[in-house]
Design a protein around this ligand. Structure first.
Ligand SMILES: CC(C)(COP(=O)(O)OP(=O)(O)OC[C@H]1O[C@@H](n2cnc3c(N)ncnc32)[C@H](O)[C@@H]1OP(=O)(O)O)[C@@H](O)C(=O)NCCC(=O)NCCS
Length: 386
């Protein structure tokens, strides 16, 4: 790593699209507007909220002195073309381990057009190439999907979940650590392709927060509560919101894609289907439910076929599993209809959830058996050819 005392002044950094430079007086009004935004307040725990004019003065002072005193680099992000304010970026250096932590915020009116990714790439390259850092990190709230996507776009990977990592705005929050080594490829890292699937009849796409009321309504059905092990009973809107929040966390981490099944014609939510990566390489599991009003029309079969193609073509797995409870003959017929083979009975596979599982529990061991189905890549390919 380079001797930081050689770097007397922070450089301006630009890629012709964005420019990173010291804040100026004429950034004041835009900075106040940008940082009084709820999303920024939720995810920038170090930034005061509400954000006042004096906070801007303190920020200008910090930017001027931090590099010399604390080895922290802070810039404002502006448009290279016309110097319009777009946000802020920083690199906090842990000199003792030759590592740096990136931070960024983009003004609400400038989000969704690559500003964070452009700015963060400039900071990444300056940190690795000019300062000779060995490692870069981003610490993001586990629910900050946008920030985690920016980190992945830089080439970072999820390294772990830091549970109860800090208190932000009065609540203890889980954080996720993303990082890259200097030798890692500087190209976007894709932990799991985002499903965007359709056959003209149904659409399978990631669940989003607006789906919560439809998911909650569908999960009032006692059959869904009985047959889907992870569906709580009774089921509330808060359960649906937490289910969707977790689905978004697992998708960005690349461990599972929990999707909505929607009617292609009008987007109505008909059910859900998931794809869960197993720890064993190249194997995964799927599971689904279809709401009562949409059953008997081939919705689950269509969604399952789309997920099978996603699993074998896009993700590139070799074996896809599906498990059902022993009395669930509808689901078992469906699995076989789309090409899965029954492999056997996984005895005492699940713990009993109490009274609601009275009819499912095997008295011999007091737990729930599961029927295991699997589909292998050669079988899937042969069925498609035939
Ligand atoms: C997170 C934040 C910096 C993203 O800024 P941005 O300029 O909109 O991000 P970009 O346009 O560069 O997006 C880069 C990638 O992230 C994805 N992304 C950005 N925001 C997203 C969101 N809210 N949900 C899902 N994906 C998102 C983009 O689609 C893009 O992915 P792609 O390359 O696969 O297309 C911005 O939302 C923000 O300032 N939030 C508040 C402050 C904050 O959270 N800072 C980070 C603290 S760790």
């Amino acid at each position: 790593m380079r001797d930081l005392s050689e770097v007397q002044r922070l450089p301006d950094l630009t890629d012709g699209i964005v420019r990173l430079r010291a804040p100026r007086e004429n950034d004041r009004a835009d900075t106040l507007r940008a940082l009084n935004d709820e999303t920024s307040a939720r995810f920038l725990y170090r930034v005061p909220y509400p954000y006042a004019s004096e906070d801007f003065d303190a920020w200008v002072e910090t930017c001027a002195t931090a590099w010399s005193e604390k080895r922290d680099a802070h810039w404002n992000i502006v448009a290279a073309r016309d110097d319009a304010y777009l946000g802020g970026a920083s690199l906090m250096i842990a000199e003792d381990r030759a590592a740096g932590e990136l931070g960024y915020q983009v003004a609400p009116w400038a989000r969704g057009r690559g500003v964070a990714a452009h700015a963060a790439r400039l900071v990444r390259d300056w940190g690795l190439d000019d300062l000779g850092l060995e490692r870069l990190e981003i610490h993001a709230d586990a629910d900050n999907i946008g920030s985690q996507r920016v980190a992945l776009a830089l080439g970072m990977r999820h390294e772990g979940l830091c549970r109860g990592y800090l208190t932000a705005r009065g609540a203890r929050r889980d954080y996720t650590l993303l990082a890259m080594k200097a030798s890692d490829p500087r190209r976007p890292y894709v932990p799991l392709p985002v499903p965007d699937l359709s056959d003209g009849f149904v659409v399978v796409r990631p669940l989003c927060p607006d789906d919560a009321p439809a998911v909650a309504a569908a999960c009032q059905d006692p059959l869904i509560q009985e047959r889907c092990y992870l569906v709580p009973s009774p089921y509330t809107l808060a359960d649906a919101e937490e289910f969707i929040a977790e689905a978004r966390r697992t998708l960005v981490r690349g461990t599972a894609a929990q999707c909505a099944i929607c009617a292609a014609a009008d987007g109505e939510l008909l059910g859900t289907i998931n794809f869960v990566s197993h720890p064993e390489p190249e194997t995964a599991e799927t599971g689904y439910w279809v709401k009562r009003e949409a059953r008997g029309r081939g919705v689950a079969a269509a969604a399952l076929r789309l997920v099978m193609a996603y699993a074998f073509n896009q993700v590139g797995i070799e074996r896809l599993e599906l498990m059902t409870e022993t009395p669930n003959d509808v689901s078992q017929r469906l699995a076989q209809q789309v090409g899965f083979r029954r492999e056997g009975l996984a005895r005492a596979f699940l713990a009993s959830r109490g009274e609601r599982d009275r009819d499912l529990v095997d008295p011999a061991h007091g737990r729930i058996d599961q029927v295991l189905f699997a589909l292998l890549r050669p079988e899937w390919e042969a069925a498609r050819r035939g």
